[in-house]
Write a protein that binds this ligand. Structure first.
Ligand SMILES: [Fe+2]
Ligand SMILES: [Fe+2]
Length: 290
């Protein structure tokens, strides 16, 4: 690596290391995900220790998005009905949102648009994964979607002036944001995001697709998660939410991607399903804010 780039790289990694850790209860839940010997009761016990968090899980579990008949009144039932990965994804999403909530308003990234884009991507990931005969886990795909651009938020929070300059430079030059990020920081927001997810001990299956969103991954078990994330991200962008001031977005060819994923739905029925799920998920945004 050339010395100049090495210095930038160090500078950005030092800055990013200031991003706080997740609350200890969330780290413990991630620890449970990473431990194959753990079981659902371990999560229930943890949730019961945090009234705020278990309240959020219950409200979301009772929302139209999950649509569990009969309603859910306890953490125990939330975990057994929704499954462990769904509950974990709610907990992780809510706490990452909280972590960045109090930051100053930014000129580079509109926070409301950022979270709307993240939730949309997460929901599309979950829909796509659900059409793949259980080859990939819809809840893990949801978590990836929620967190895939977290590196952009981290850069914006840590280096607000520099990041605004990067976003402006990408817009003026009409090039991908990632290209300008690499010039300025030595790493782009997906690579930075992956570093943060690693520091938070999120599993490889969440971290690697974020890092490799624009490339094909050599590991077959990760490759389908990458494709799902890239497609969901591209659809979310194409629907017109301008996340960065820069408008350039790399397009993913929808038909090709669906063939690769073995999804036989027509474009129309897929988009209809996306819309229905988005409608049901309105509460997620409100819940994150509460
Ligand atoms: Fe991105
Ligand atoms: Fe994105």
């Amino acid at each position: 690596m050339e010395p100049d780039l090495k210095a930038k790289y160090r500078y950005v990694l030092d800055g990013i290391s200031q991003i706080p850790s997740l609350p200890s209860i969330v780290s413990k839940i991630i620890g449970i995900i990473n431990n194959p010997r753990s079981n659902a009761n371990d999560v229930v016990r943890l949730l019961e220790m945090d009234v705020g968090l278990s309240g959020k899980v219950l409200r979301l579990a009772n929302s139209a998005y999950y649509g569990i008949p009969g309603g859910i009144t306890s953490s125990q039932r939330a975990v057994t009905q929704l499954g462990f990965n769904a509950v974990s994804s709610i907990v992780i999403s809510a706490s990452v949102y909280n972590l960045f909530k109090s930051t100053e308003p930014s000129q580079a990234i509109n926070r409301v648009a950022f979270w709307r884009h993240s939730i949309e991507t997460a929901i599309y990931c979950r829909v796509l994964a659900g059409l793949m005969d259980r080859r990939i886990d819809p809840e893990i795909a949801f978590t990836q979607g929620m967190l895939h651009d977290i590196g952009a938020l981290a850069l914006d929070t840590t280096f607000p002036k520099e990041y605004l300059a990067v976003v402006d430079a990408a817009r003026v030059a009409g090039v991908p944001l990632e290209q300008k990020e690499r010039e300025m920081f030595g790493l782009d927001h997906h690579q930075i995001g992956a570093r943060i997810l690693e520091r938070w001990s999120l599993p490889d299956v969440v971290r690697l697709p974020v890092e490799n969103i624009h490339s094909e991954h050599s590991d077959a078990s990760i490759r389908e998660y990458v494709l799902v994330l890239a497609l969901a991200n591209s659809v979310a962008h194409s629907k017109g939410v301008v996340l960065y001031s820069s408008q350039f977005q790399e397009e993913v060819n929808l038909e090709n991607a669906l063939v690769k994923l073995g999804i036989t739905q027509t474009r129309e029925s897929l988009f209809q399903q996306f819309e229905e799920e988005l409608e049901k998920a309105k509460l997620i945004m409100n819940l994150l804010r509460s």
